[in-house]
Design a protein around this ligand. Structure first.
Ligand code: PEP
Ligand code: MN
Length: 352
C-alpha cells in the first residue's frame, strides 16, 4: 500500500499521515520526490482499508502496490535515488558516474597507498578494498580485519576518496559502519536476511551486490529488506552470475541494468572485474556498462597483480585503469553523464 500526497501537501500533512499509519500499527516510509511525496506502508499482514487515509488532508490517492517489493519500487518513488556524500561532488546515482576502484583486498599500507595514489589520480571518487574477505577456501587470505579499515581511513585522509568496504557478518558490519563511507554486502550474503536487516539499521549507505544466481526479483527483495528497516541509501551492483560459460569466471548480465531501472529508483552499478574474472575483459565491459546506462563501476586495480593475495588475474594494472577511465569519459558524454572530480566545488546553477 502506498499513499500518494498531493503536490502541494504540507510537511505537516505528510507528518500527520505518517503518524496515522504508525498508530494503525504499521511503519510509514515517507519518500519525497521532485513532484510529490509518497508514503510507503510496511508491516501490514493483510490489505489495509484505504478509507481512513484517503480522507486525510493533503492525500491525493491510496494505491495498492502491484509488486512484492514496495519501497524499492518506482511505483513508490518515480525519481532516481541519488546518494550524496556531503562536502564532495561524489554521488551514487544522478548524472555523475560513481567510480569505485582499488584492490580486492587491503594487504598492507604500502600496497593500499600505491594503488590509491593511482586510482585517485585517474579520477576514482571511491576507494575500495576488502578488510574482511569471504573466501571460498578457509586457507586463503581472509583480510587484515580492523587494521585494513584503519589503513583505508588513512587513504581517505590522504587522497580524499570515500571508502567502500565489505561487511561479512554482524561483527564486521559494526566496525565497517564506524570506519567506512559505504558498506558493501557481497554476493555471498545477498540473501543473508539478518545481515540485510542490520544493514537497514546502519547509518551509512549500502552497496548491495547481486547473488551468484539471484533473479531480478530476488535481488530487489534483498534491497527491500534494507529499506524496510529505514535505510533508503542503497545502491545495487551487478557482478555477474553463474552460467555454463567457462571463458569467464561469471557471466556479466548487462541487461539487468535497464531491467532494474524500469522497476526501481535505486542506482545500479556494474562490477566487470568479478563479472568476468579476466583482466583483458574488464575494460571492454566497463565501456559496455556505461553505454548501457549503469550509474558507475566497481573495478579491481592492483599495483602488482601477479603478487595479489586475492583476485590478481582480474585486477587491472594502474596504467590500464588510466586507459579505462579515458574511454569511460568519452562514452559518458554520449549517454549524457560525467565523471565528477570528488573535490571540485559544486557549480551552483542560478535559480536552483
Ligand atoms: C568483492 O567485491 O571483493 C567481492 C568479494 O565481490 P562479490 O561479493 O561480488 O564476489
Ligand atoms: Mn575481489
Amino acid at each position: 500500500m502506498l499513499v500518494v500526497m498531493q503536490a502541494h501537501a504540507t510537511e505537516e500533512q505528510v507528518r500527520d499521515v505518517c503518524q496515522k499509519i504508525e498508530k494503525m500499527g504499521y511503519r510509514a516510509h515517507a519518500m519525497p520526490g521532485a513532484q510529490r511525496t509518497a508514503i510507503g506502508i510496511t508491516g501490514n499482514k493483510a490489505e489495509i482499508e484505504p478509507g481512513t487515509l484517503e480522507e486525510m488532508p493533503g492525500v491525493q490517492e491510496v494505491i495498492q502496490v502491484s509488486k512484492p517489493y514496495k519501497l524499492v519500487s518506482r511505483e513508490l518513488k518515480e525519481d532516481n535515488t541519488v546518494i550524496r556524500f556531503p562536502g564532495t561532488n561524489a554521488t551514487i546515482g544522478g548524472a555523475g558516474l560513481a567510480i569505485i576502484a582499488g584492490p580486492c583486498a587491503i594487504e598492507s599500507r604500502e600496497q593500499a597507498f600505491a594503488i590509491a595514489d593511482r586510482v585517485s589520480r585517474a579520477g576514482a571518487q571511491f576507494f575500495r578494498g576488502g578488510a574482511y574477505k569471504p573466501r571460498t577456501s578457509p586457507y586463503s587470505f581472509q583480510g587484515l580485519g580492523e587494521e585494513g579499515l584503519r589503513i583505508m581511513a588513512e587513504v581517505r585522509q590522504q587522497f580524499g576518496m570515500k571508502i567502500v568496504t565489505e561487511a561479512i557478518d554482524h561483527e564486521s558490519l559494526d566496525l565497517v559502519e564506524e570506519w567506512a563511507d559505504v558498506i558493501q554486502i557481497g554476493a555471498r550474503n545477498m540473501q543473508n536476511f539478518s545481515l540485510l536487516k542490520r544493514a537497514g539499521r546502519a547509518r551509512k549507505p549500502i552497496l548491495l551486490k547481486r547473488g551468484m544466481s539471484a533473479t531480478l526479483e530476488e535481488f530487489l527483495m534483498a534491497a527491500e529488506y534494507i529499506l524496510s528497516e529505514g535505510n533508503y541509501n542503497v545502491a545495487l551492483c551487478e557482478r555477474g552470475v553463474r552460467t555454463f560459460a567457462d571463458h569467464t569466471r561469471n557471466t556479466l548480465d548487462l541487461s539487468l541494468v535497464p531491467a532494474v531501472q524500469r522497476l526501481s529508483h535505486l542506482p545500479i552499478l556494474v562490477d566487470p572485474s568479478h563479472g568476468t574474472g579476466k583482466r583483458n575483459k574488464v575494460t571492454p565491459l566497463s565501456r559496455a556498462s556505461i553505454a548501457v546506462g549503469a550509474d558507475g563501476l566497481l573495478v579491481e586495480v592492483h599495483n602488482k597483480p601477479d603478487e595479489a593475495l586475492s583476485d590478481g588475474p582480474q585486477s587491472l594494472f594502474p596504467d590500464q585503469f588510466d586507459e579505462l577511465m579515458a574511454q569511460v569519459r568519452q562514452i559518458a558524454t554520449v549517454v549524457g553523464r560525467t565523471v565528477p572530480a570528488i573535490g571540485a566545488r559544486e557549480t551552483v546553477v542560478a535559480g536552483k
